[in-house]
Design a protein around this ligand. Structure first.
Ligand code: ATP
Length: 369
């Protein structure tokens, strides 16, 4: 069934190399170190070998061509190997005449598997070849020293090889897979039973909650209705209040206009009053100046009054003194008056005497005449 092996960058096969295996090919011959084992490694690698050691390397990326000092060729960035199988007999469960199985690995360590150039999992490749004798652990690849190991293998290990050769390993694997699935189903059933018990336990609680939820929904709906009615009532009231407020606003605006006019008048009056006040203030200043002047004059007058009072006191004292002297003089005058009266009386008497004397003298002269 193996038609060809294609290698590129795999171990010593730096260039793309194709090995065709037409009918009759039974062996590859070459000198030591020419790369015969690398061909077997490539077949094992494509079929999913996971051990770098089994591929005679330390790491999986050791399969990538690492350059050659002899030819001066640089190392490759990736390694690729493809097995081409004849599938005209449809032994492999794929609807194509040829099946190409590819594995690639890059220096970054990333790798991939492909079946007929479609990316796939390693499991898909293993499933594809199960029961055909093709596989890393199957009997189709018998390396150096493996014959001995097979002959010395335990009956159990040997049975695996015979089962693979008989083609029943595929069914064994399916059986094992089915048993695993059945086990999982049993475990799932147990878990489901637990879940059902738990769900049944919670069912009553959920029923109660559902009743409460139903009640809550009804109450919520009722609440929404009441809220709507309340909202409508409040809306109507607010509308009425808004209209009242609008009327009140108009009145207040009119009142404000009136007050504004009054305010203008009052401002004008205030301005006038201010001017008057200014005038009065000026008058006050004049009066104050006059007052200051008057106060000064009053102070002068008070000084004069003090000196006059002093002089008055002096005059009063003088008056007292004069009055004393006047009393004395009055008394003297009275005395003098008395004396005068006496003298006047004496004068009159003297006059009378004189007159009498004169009369007597005249009469004497007349008498002599
Ligand atoms: P023998 O008959 O001695 O077993 P052989 O023909 O099987 O030899 P291999 O062991 O397949 O030869 O090949 C060994 C050669 O492959 C060596 O020359 C080695 O340098 C070369 N080789 C192995 N890995 C790489 C690699 N990653 N890059 C380049 N060359 C490699």
């Amino acid at each position: 069934m193996l038609i060809a092996l294609e290698l590129a960058g795999f171990k010593s096969f730096a260039d793309k190399t194709r090995f065709d295996f037409p009918d009759g090919i039974t062996v590859i011959v070459g000198p030591n170190g020419s790369g015969k084992s690398n061909v077997v490694d490539a077949i094992k690698w494509v079929l999913g070998a996971q051990s770098a050691k089994a591929l005679r390397g330390k790491d999986m990326i050791d399969v990538i061509f690492k350059g050659s000092s002899g030819s001066g060729r640089k190392a490759a960035n990736s390694a690729e190997a493809t097995l081409v199988f004849d599938n005209t007999g449809k032994q492999l469960a794929i609807d194509s005449e040829e099946v190409h199985v590819t594995r690639r690995v890059y220096r970054s360590g990333e790798g991939e598997y492909l079946i007929n150039n479609q990316a796939c999992r390693l499991k898909d490749i293993r499933d594809l070849f199960r029961g055909t004798g093709v596989g890393v652990d199957a009997y189709s690849l018998i390396e150096q020293g493996k014959v001995d190991r097979m002959l010395q293998a335990s009956p159990k290990d040997r049975r695996v090889i015979f089962e693979e050769a008989a083609g029943i390993s595929r069914f064994n694997a399916k059986k094992a897979e089915a048993a695993r699935r059945l086990l999982r189903v049993d475990q799932n059933m147990i878990r489901l039973k637990d879940i059902v018990d738990e769900v049944l336990k919670r069912l009553n609680s959920l029923k109660n909650q559902a009743t409460k939820a139903q009640r809550y929904r009804e109450m919520t709906s009722r609440l929404a209705e009441i809220r709507l009615q309340l909202g409508w009532t409040e809306y109507s009231q607010l509308l009425a209040q808004t209209q009242q407020a609008a009327t009140k606003l108009e009145e207040l605006q009119a009142e404000r206009d009136r007050k504004s006019a009054e305010l203008s008048e009052v401002r004008a009056a205030a301005q006038q009053a201010e001017m008057d006040l200014h005038r009065v203030a000026e008058a006050c200043q004049t009066v104050e100046a006059a007052l200051q002047d008057a106060l000064q004059r009053i102070a002068v007058s008070q000084n004069q009054q003090s000196s006059l009072r002093l002089r008055l006191e002096e005059n009063q004292e003088e008056q007292v003194r004069v009055q004393g002297r006047l009393a004395i003089l009055r008394r003297r005058l009275e005395t003098l008056q008395d004396e005068f009266d006496t003298l006047t009386e004496q004068q009159q008497q003297a006059q009378e005497v004189y007159d009498a004397a004169r009369e007597s003298s005249r009469q004497s002269r007349l008498a002599k005449c």
